[in-house]
Design a binder for this molecule. Structure first.
Ligand code: CTP
Length: 252
């Protein structure tokens, strides 16, 4: 699980005082579709295109906003019978509050989630400092209208279900300390039905659908270039005081 707490590249001169609203990007898609890798690749591409203007770009995960479980739910989670793919599993209000703070350019405290214990790490937070671009990835980032409307750009990572299941099995065994039986039970009874009921219908809200996820370098480069164009337009409009207009042939 990747969660970038600090900007990929920090400008030595950029202080919180001169910050404006960040460009907020939502990255949705099914479990193990490659959302985190897509975010990482976009961040790397944007950083490579900086041309001397060091802008800050960070990625967050919706997983940070999983709710705390009660005693009964903890036992269910240990058996693979707690539904972590239902919208109710997330602390929607907290996520909305954090995103609003981020959008207003304020430093924000985000909880740290531990998949091995199915709970937040007590007393641990990631401080998210104001950035130019903020990516938020998660299975249900487009589920609630109020969150959805905060995004300036919405991407949906569309990877085949068999590829996702294969990746999830390996990842849950290696990184999340689960056994195969538990993973398959959870996937067939909870993850897959919830994907079809809650995640897949949100694909229609995406501005860009990225087939094959992180393997799709063309899509990643196009998105990164678009982000870079927006960053540039913001820089030049703040310098000149007038809106930046990109040169486009207006030949009709
Ligand atoms: N999940 C879990 N146990 C928890 C919390 C969440 O098994 N205690 C599972 C949920 O079943 C859900 C998944 O974690 O399906 C959400 O994470 P996922 O989107 O798979 O991971 P990311 O790394 O965010 O995504 P990607 O692999 O696409 O980068």
């Amino acid at each position: 699980q990747t969660m970038q707490s600090s900007p990929m590249k920090s400008s030595m001169t950029g202080v919180a005082g001169d910050r404006k609203k960040p460009f907020l990007i939502g990255v949705g898609g099914g479990t193990a579709s490659g959302k985190s890798t897509v975010c990482e690749k976009i961040m790397n591409e944007v950083v490579e295109r900086q041309n001397g203007t060091e802008r800050q770009i960070i990625a967050l995960s919706q997983d940070s906003f999983y709710k705390e479980l009660d005693a009964k739910e903890i036992l269910m989670a240990e058996k693979g019978t707690f539904n972590f793919d239902h919208p109710d599993a997330f602390d929607h209000e907290l996520m909305l509050q954090c995103l609003r703070e981020i959008q207003n350019g304020k430093p924000t405290k985000v909880p740290v989630y531990d998949f091995k214990t199915n709970s937040r790490k007590k007393g641990e937070f990631t401080i998210v400092y104001p950035s130019d671009v903020v990516l938020l990835e998660g299975i249900l980032v487009f589920y609630h209208k109020d969150v959805r409307e905060l995004f300036d750009m919405k991407l949906f990572v569309d990877t085949d279900a068999d590829t996702r299941l294969a990746r999830r099995v390996l990842r849950d065994i290696e990184d999340r300390g689960r056994d195969l039986e538990h993973i398959i039970l959870q996937y067939t009874t909870l993850v897959k039905p919830a994907f079809e009921e809650f995640c897949l219908p949100t694909k229609k809200f995406a501005d860009v659908i990225i087939p094959r996820g992180a393997d799709n370098t063309v899509a990643i480069e196009l998105v990164a270039q678009h982000i870079q164009d927006i960053i540039w337009s913001r820089i030049s409009s703040s310098k000149s005081g007038s809106p930046f207009t990109r040169s486009r042939s207006n030949s009709d």
